[in-house]
Unconditional design. Sequence first.
Length: 332
Amino acid sequence: MPRAIVALALSIIGTPAIVSAQGRGGQARPREIVQIRGDLYYVSGSANTVFLVTPDGIVLADPVSTEQAAWLKPELDRRFNKPVRYIIYSHHDFDHAEGAAVFGPAALVVAHENVAMNLDGKLHRLAGGNIDTNHNGKLDRDEAGGGYLTNFDRLDRNHDGAITPDELNQEIRKPDITYTGRLNLTLGGRTVELIYPGRNHSDDMTVVYFPAEKAVLAVDFIFPGTTPPVWGEYDWTPLREWIASIKTVEALDFDTLIAGHGARLGTRADVAANREFLEDLSAAVSKGIADGKSLDEIKRTVTLQKYSIWPNLAASLPNVIEQAYKNLRDYP
Ligand SMILES: [Zn+2]
C-alpha cells in the first residue's frame, strides 16, 4: 500500500500523532536524540543513527532511512547549528544506509571499499538469509522475507513484482571515500576511527570507534543482551570469522557499545558474551558432528544453559543450532 494511503487510513481512524511517530519499521516509539557521552549522541528508530558533534561539523554513522534522516536534519540544525560533514556506513544494507542524500552533497559518504562493490548495480549478498533462488538478478516477491518483504511495495519502485538492485539501492548514496583496513577521520580536533572487522553479517562492515568517548558502533553482528543474529547459516560466513570480528571490537578500549538496532546500549561484558556464545555453540555443534550425531540429535542434546538469562534463548535455540550446524558443515 502506498505510504500516502496508509497515512490517510490512519488519520481517518483518528491517530495522526502515531503516524508522525512511526518509523519505517513500524515502531510507534517517538524518535529522540539521546546523549551517549560528551558530544556523542544516538537516535534509535527502525535502526540506530550515531553522531559526534565537533566544532567544525558533525560526523554521523548510518542515516538509516530517508524518513529518519529527514527527521534528524532539522533537529541537528536547531540543536547544534553545525553541518553534517561525514556520513559513515556501517555496511550497505538498505535499513542502515538509506537517507544520506537528505544531508546534501557537502556531506561526504565514507565506507569500506566493499560497500562500493555491493552498490555496483548487481545483486550481491542479501541480508536476513534472503536468496535470489531463481538467479534472475532480482529479488522476486516470493523470494523476499524479513525486511525485504515488509518493505517490498516501497522497494519495488515500479511495482512489477521484483526488486532490482537499482530499485533496492535507490535511496542509498554511493561512497565518496572508501578504505580497506582502517581509516581515521579527524574533524574539529576530534577523531573517529573506522575499522574493518573482517566478514560477519556482511562483507563490507565498518566498526565505528569513538576513542575519546570510549564508545563503539558495531552493527548487526553483536546484539547486547541476546543471541548474536542468526540469518541464513550466519550470513554464509564461517563462524570462526564472526568470532574473530567480535574480538576486533573487544580489542578496543571502550565501555559503551551501540548496536545496529534497539535502544539498549551494551557493555564490554555484553560483547564478550556474544563471542563466548558463538565459541560455545561452535564447540558443541562441532563435537556433535564429529561424534556422528544427526542434526535432530544435536538439537536435543545442546542446551547452552549458561546463556538462559537471555530471554529469547529457548525459543531461538533450535534455529540457532540448525544454522550453526549448516555453517560448520559448509565452512569447516
Ligand atoms: Zn544488515
